[in-house]
Design a protein around this ligand. Structure first.
Ligand code: GLN
Length: 326
């Protein structure tokens, strides 16, 4: 039986090494089993097609990677194939905005689950232009507008990329311009949201400026290994130059309550870990104080979250016993 990190400092280094190796071996077995189950699955959900470039994804793809707080990474399946992180980028922009503005951000955006689709327009008019949370599209547009204050879109995107690259310790992370352009061509719902926000006085920049930045942030491309590494800043086990411990807790809380849109309650029940999804089929989940998990499978469920990704997160939590609640 491996020792907890609290007692690990009292045992010889060799024992800790043996223990870590056993954990890695077990994790590898779990990930391999998940990949086998995913490969046999015939109901893989629907690939998003409202952004033409996203519809080109191969639904047969499935990748998973786990980055432990020690920095070690375990991976299986198509964990080195890149995909655009889409709404998972909202976690990174929120981290930047909260770091910069603190609680002032909450004057413009709420912290409640919306119970509606990620791109819903309904609530925004009913609630006077204050989006329910930073992870629905309307809320993310406000967050992007907030970090655009006094900066050019190019500077914000550079800062965002710098954040992701530093978090992942990987300078190869980049933006897929084809996907950004593709969404810009077809992003009429987001355009409607941005103009509504502007009309309601909750957008400082022009809608076009905010949308252009937002489409590019969504088109940040990573593979599962890079994303799992990038998510380590949310594990919360050690001091980070990127984020305060308070903001780690706050963002994890929002991921738990709002990260899977109107599927957040079901995800919390089935998986029990804070997580954020993207319509590219990625899911970033955090096992607090333990690990950052990235899963990718392009087919989505009815709520726009990766179908097999959700299944895989549930399996991983069950096999490892990882939960935010125990
Ligand atoms: N770029 C996508 C959009 O705005 C992101 C949505 C998502 O990943 N859920 O529609």
């Amino acid at each position: 039986m491996c020792l907890s990190s609290r007692t690990a400092s009292m045992v010889p280094a060799a024992a800790i090494h043996t223990c870590r190796t056993a954990i890695m071996t077990h994790l590898q077995q779990v990930l391999d089993e998940i990949v086998t189950v995913a490969a046999a699955s015939t109901d893989r959900g629907e690939v998003a097609d409202y952004v033409p470039e996203l519809s080109l994804a191969d639904p047969a793809m499935f990748g998973i990677a786990v980055a432990l707080r020690s920095g070690q990474v375990v991976e299986a399946g198509n964990a080195r194939v890149e995909f655009t992180v889409q709404s998972i980028s909202k976690v990174f922009t929120l981290a930047i905005a909260l770091g910069r503005l603190g609680d002032g951000l909450w004057r413009r955006v709420g912290r409640e689950p919306s119970g509606l689709a990620f791109n819903s327009i309904l609530q925004l008019e009913q609630e006077d232009g204050r989006p329910r949370n930073p992870f629905v599209n309307a809320g993310a547009l406000v967050v992007t507008d907030a970090i655009l204050a006094g900066s050019e879109p190019r500077e914000v995107l550079t800062e965002l990329l710098r954040f992701a690259r530093e978090a992942a310790a990987d300078d190869d992370i980049h933006i897929n311009k084809d996907v950004a352009r593709s969404e810009a061509r077809t992003g009429d719902r987001n355009r409607a949201l941005a103009h509504m926000l502007k009309a309601q006085g909750n957008l400082e920049n022009t809608p076009d400026r905010v949308l252009g930045t937002y489409f590019h942030q969504c088109a940040i491309e990573m593979n599962c290994v890079q994303l799992a590494r990038a998510g380590r800043f949310l594990i919360g086990a050690r001091e980070s130059a990127l984020i305060s411990a308070d903001n780690v807790r706050r963002i994890n809380a929002l991921m738990m309550t709002c990260g899977q849109y109107d599927g957040s309650g079901d995800f919390a029940y089935r998986v029990g870990l804070p997580a954020k999804s993207g319509v590219g089929g990625g899911i970033l989940a955090i096992s607090p104080r333990r690990a950052s998990i990235a899963i990718w499978s392009p087919g989505l469920n009815a709520q726009g979250n990766s179908k097999l990704g959700t299944m895989a997160a549930e399996m991983l939590a069950a096999r490892t016993g990882w939960s935010a609640f125990s």
